[in-house]
Structure formats: structure tokens, C-alpha cells
Design a protein around this ligand. Structure first.
Ligand code: EPU
Length: 292
């Protein structure tokens, strides 16, 4: 393939994704793009389409396991899409805006749901794509509008529909999410939102690993069953270790990566855990983390 000049530049910039993922593992893509605005995103998507180069989107890299070695195709980083606008009825945020910073300010801005999401890392694009959240609140509680670039390179802005988001997934297809709007509700007392935030934070610190390298929950909770964490715990996998990567002793659905862990170590540990749960309970656990 003959590469246009900007592809060659993107190629020169590509570094190992281990620097950009929370697990600290992962190889190097052929091309790396860091668009500054939505117009550039459209151009990159169209260009990759034309050249037949597969394109992946990297948000905060917090819910992702990237294989070691060479990664074919292009990776688009959203971190420069930093647009943020505070309007009387909503907050408009670019995909690259830090979600934890939005969560903190959501108390003052009276955004429903988000104050119940402390300790969820990532950026706006990533948490929208994964419909992040938990028992105290979720992205879906306040998401009102979405901006994305279609696989043909068209920018779309539209209201969020009820069936757009599922459990830890979205139905926007292969679109690149470039921004989102979150509803404000002036009737929400700031004191209640502050209390919700404090309660959610305390609960999270107590029940989930804190300050270690992880990708959040590894598996989705199976429907109608005990949670994945409980199944893994009851299968005796807490503390299980391969190559320095271990099943968290705090919450069994988290894998903590050690300083020298590789992606292959983590994958092997995932398969070990999956096998143990299958053998003991006959349940097939499905991955929540994305794998590249
Ligand atoms: N449990 C155990 N052992 C463990 C972990 C959990 O027995 O090692 C038990 C708990 O005692 C509890 C039950 O399993 O009875 C459920 O655990 P928890 O309340 O921690 O919730 P979860 O279902 O494991 C989900 C989300 C989390 C989210 C929390 C809080 C999934 C896969 N996980 O965890 O989301 O933070 O609820 O709302 O849906 C994530 O998706 O990355 C994530 C961290």
C-alpha cells in the first residue's frame, strides 16, 4: 500500500499503547491519529475507509486489553477533543473531556446520575461508549444528546434514544463518538448530590481495588445469576497470579497488572478464571473489557 504523507506521519508517531492503557500493556499500532477537532475526525475516518485501513478508537484506555506486539491498522485518540460548554439546560462535552472532572463538577452543575459515579476513570467518549455506571448512578441517567462520526465520515448530532445504550455497551455501531450532552436539573438540591457522591465514593473505596493498575470489572455480570465477582470468588480464584498479574484480593472481578505483566499473562489469567467458573458453576463468563 502506498501511504499518503499524513499516513506516513501518523505512522512515525505510533508508540506502544502500553503507555496509554490503564493495564499498562499492549503493542504498537501501524498508525496513530490525534485529531484536534471533529472535522479532523471526519477526514481521518474517510481516509481510512478509502485506503481500507481498519480504525480503532482509544478513549482513556481504561476498559481495554491490547495484545502485545504489532497491531494492524490505525488507532484514533480522542483526548484532544476537549470542547466543554455549560448551558442553562445541559453540559456539552467533547469525547476527550475527563470523566472524573465532569463528575466532580456535576454536583454544582446539577447533573443527575453523574455525582454517583466517582472513581470511574476514563473520558466522556469512553464512558458513553461503555454506558459506565453502577448502583449509585450512571452515564445513561443524564445523557441527552450524542455527537458521532459515522463510518462514512459524516458528523451526526442527535437526541439519545432509549435503545441507544445497553448494559455496558452502546448501539451506535462503528461510529466514533466525538461528544455528548448531559441534562441539567435545577430542582436537584446540591446537598443531596454531594451526599450521593460521598456515599458512592466511600462504598467504592471499600469494595474495589484502589490505586492499582486494572481495567475495572473484567467480565459482565451474567443475567439472572450471582454476580461475576461472587462466582469468581466462590470458585476460589481471589489472589490467583500469572506473571505478576493477579485476581484482586479485594474484588474478584478485577485483575491487577504487575509492573512486568504482559498482555499474554492477563489473557492467560482471564482464561484460567473463566475455566474455573465454568467448571464449578457451568456459567460461561462474557468479557466486559474490550480486547484488541
Ligand atoms: N462479591 C463477592 N466477592 C467479590 C466481589 C463481589 O462475593 O470478590 C459479591 C458482593 O459481596 C456482592 C455481589 O458480589 O454481594 C456484587 O458485588 P458488587 O456490589 O461489588 O457489584 P458487582 O456486580 O461486582 C457492579 C459493576 C461495577 C460497579 C459496581 C457498583 C459490573 C460487571 N460491575 O459490580 O462496575 O462499580 O456494580 O455499582 O457490572 C465495571 O463495570 O468496570 C465496574 C467496576
Amino acid at each position: 500500500m502506498v501511504l499518503p504523507r499524513d499516513f506516513a506521519e501518523a505512522s512515525a508517531r505510533a508508540g506502544a499503547l502500553s503507555r496509554r492503557t490503564s493495564l499498562g500493556v499492549g503493542g504498537t499500532p501501524e498508525f496513530l491519529f490525534e485529531p484536534h477537532d471533529e472535522d479532523e475526525v471526519c477526514q481521518i475516518v474517510r481516509r481510512c475507509n478509502r485506503e481500507g485501513v481498519p480504525l480503532r478508537v482509544l478513549g482513556g484506555g481504561f476498559n481495554l486489553l491490547v495484545r502485545d506486539g504489532r497491531l494492524p491498522g490505525a488507532v484514533l485518540l480522542t483526548h484532544r477533543l476537549q470542547h466543554l460548554r455549560v448551558l442553562p439546560d445541559r453540559i456539552e462535552a467533547g469525547a476527550g473531556v475527563s470523566f472524573p472532572s465532569l463528575v466532580k463538577r456535576a454536583i454544582l452543575w446539577q447533573v443527575p446520575g453523574l455525582p454517583g459515579c466517582p472513581g470511574i476513570p476514563g473520558n466522556v467518549g469512553g464512558v458513553v461508549a461503555m454506558n459506565a455506571g453502577g448502583r449509585f448512578g450512571s452515564v445513561a441517567d443524564a445523557l441527552s444528546e450524542i455527537r458521532y462520526v459515522t463510518p462514512l465520515g459524516e458528523l451526526v448530532t442527535r437526541a439519545v434514544r432509549e435503545d441507544d445504550l445497553g448494559y455496558r455497551c452502546n448501539h451506535f455501531g462503528a461510529a466514533v463518538i466525538t461528544g455528548a450532552s448531559f441534562r441539567r436539573d435545577a430542582s436537584l438540591p446540591a446537598a443531596d448530590l454531594r451526599a450521593l457522591h460521598a456515599e458512592a465514593l466511600a462504598w467504592k473505596r471499600e469494595t474495589q481495588p484502589w490505586g492499582t493498575r486494572s481495567a475495572g470489572c473484567i467480565f459482565k455480570n451474567p443475567s439472572g445469576q450471582r454476580s461475576a465477582g461472587r462466582l469468581i470468588d466462590e470458585a476460589g480464584c481471589k489472589g490467583l497470579e500469572i506473571g505478576g498479574a493477579r485476581v484482586s484480593p479485594v474484588h474478584a472481578n478485577f485483575i491487577e497488572a504487575g509492573p512486568n505483566s504482559t498482555s499474554a499473562d492477563i489473557e492467560a489469567l482471564i482464561e484460567r478464571v473463566r475455566g474455573a467458573v465454568r467448571q464449578q458453576f457451568g456459567v460461561e463468563l462474557e468479557l466486559e473489557v474490550q480486547t484488541w
